[in-house]
Design a protein around this ligand. Structure first.
Ligand SMILES: Nc1nc2c(ncn2[C@@H]2O[C@H](COP(=O)(O)OP(=O)(O)OP(=O)(O)O)[C@@H](O)[C@H]2O)c(=O)[nH]1
Ligand SMILES: [Mg+2]
Length: 370
């Protein structure tokens, strides 16, 4: 089947869902159809990205973390990048001024934070409109997304969130807590360790049957249908995002406050700014820093005192291996063991391996073969 046939199939199933009465008797069937759509979409995604090799932006990740600026054309992304970093991205009063990914570096609290200015996103981006596919693929390996909307166009938020969702990005969500253990026989068994109030085991089974034939599945959260489907799809990306309301100089304080409240009520973290006037930028820097959950690790060379002045900036969840990669190839290739003292150590000085997860203010020594 070629891609357009799959797309046609997706459309047919979508129509079927649309035309099916939603009630207890059909929820089963609808769950299965949704799972099928998700499977077909990820197939299309896979083929398109395989076909489009080399077409993406050539951006080298640099610094301690990478943050992407995303938003509709002409809302002020480049203006903001130029204010926050040393970059000079072209600014224009017309749409699609930026046609490439422009990186800039923001220094804050000792951390180097790379910020990517990207071409404006438009509705239909997930299907490839504009430079949609490239933009969406560029943000697949960033650490934080800054979602920029125009104070006068709050509706952009849902439209953009929709595009990102279609492209497989899941904002401000944890990975679904589901364990799928494939087995050789016996069909599908579902076990839930939490009470399920959104789906029942039958629906779960029929969704799962789209992806596996024999498997023991353990569901460890009160999962929704959509998240359960996501659990079976490999290319989902879970990334934090915050909303920036820009051009606040153009609306009244009262209107702004009601917009902020409205967006907050939907569960977003939101910050009002004026990129042009530089308003709110200090708070924004602070917020970016805290959202990236940095940790500081002090390096102690073998037989010497630890360098307590210049910590290595890492991120929550980073391991000894991350440190080795950051420092020098040699540390990875010739790694013997490491010792750590501080918050992540079980005793005063703990001997650890590459997979040891570090904590803020750890002191680390890496021992390599000579
Ligand atoms: N009033 C006001 N205008 C702004 C603000 N920020 C940016 N602008 C203006 O909005 C227009 C577009 O700005 P850009 O920074 O080029 O927007 P962009 O999002 O990078 O646009 P594309 O690259 O086309 O996607 C320019 O005329 C800016 O001067 C702001 O905070 N307030
Ligand atoms: Mg721009």
């Amino acid at each position: 089947m070629d891609t357009s046939e799959i797309e046609k199939q997706i459309k047919d199933i979508e129509d079927e869902i649309f035309n099916t009465q939603k009630n207890k008797a059909t929820e089963h069937h609808i769950g299965k159809l949704k799972a099928k759509i998700a499977r077909l979409r990820s197939e299309v995604e896979k083929r398109k990205s395989a076909g489009g090799k080399g077409k993406g932006f050539a951006i080298k990740k640099q610094g301690d973390a990478t943050v992407a600026l995303i938003g509709f054309p002409s809302i002020g992304k480049s203006t903001l990048l130029n204010k926050l970093t040393d970059a000079k991205s072209r600014i224009g009063a017309y749409e699609f001024t930026t046609l490439d990914a422009i990186p800039g570096m923001m220094k804050y609290n000792g951390a180097n934070i790379q910020i990517l200015d990207l071409p404006g996103l438009i509705s239909g981006a997930a299907e490839g409109k504009g430079r949609g596919r490239e933009v969406l693929s560029a943000i697949r390996n960033v650490d934080l997304i800054l979602f920029m909307i125009d104070a006068q166009h709050e509706d952009h938020l849902n439209l953009m969130a929709d595009e990102l969702h279609k492209a497989g990005l899941r904002l401000n969500q944890k990975q679904p807590d589901v364990v799928v253990k494939k087995t050789g026989q016996g069909g599908i068994s579902i076990n839930a360790t939490k009470k399920l109030t959104h789906i029942n085991e039958d629906i779960a089974k029929s969704i799962a049957s789209e992806y596996v034939i024999n498997a023991d599945i353990i569901i460890r959260e009160n999962i929704t249908e959509d998240r359960f489907i996501d659990a079976f799809i490999q290319n989902r990306i879970y990334v934090p995002a915050i909303v920036l309301i820009n051009k606040t100089d153009l609306i009244s304080e009262k209107k702004l406050q009601s917009k902020i409240k409205h967006i907050k009520d939907k569960g977003w973290i939101v910050i009002p700014i004026s990129a042009k006037d530089g308003k709110g930028l200090n708070k924004l820097r602070e917020l970016i820093f805290s959202e990236l959950s940095f940790i500081r690790v002090y390096m102690k060379p073998v037989g010497k005192a630890a360098d307590m002045d210049e910590p290595l900036i890492l991120r929550k969840g980073d391991t000894v291996e991350t440190v080795c990669r950051k420092l020098h190839r040699e540390f990875q290739d010739k790694f013997r063991y490491a010792t750590v003292s501080g918050p992540s150590a079980k005793h005063e000085i703990q001997k650890v391996g590459l997979d040891h997860v570090l904590k803020d203010e750890d002191i680390l020594t890496i021992v390599i073969t000579r």
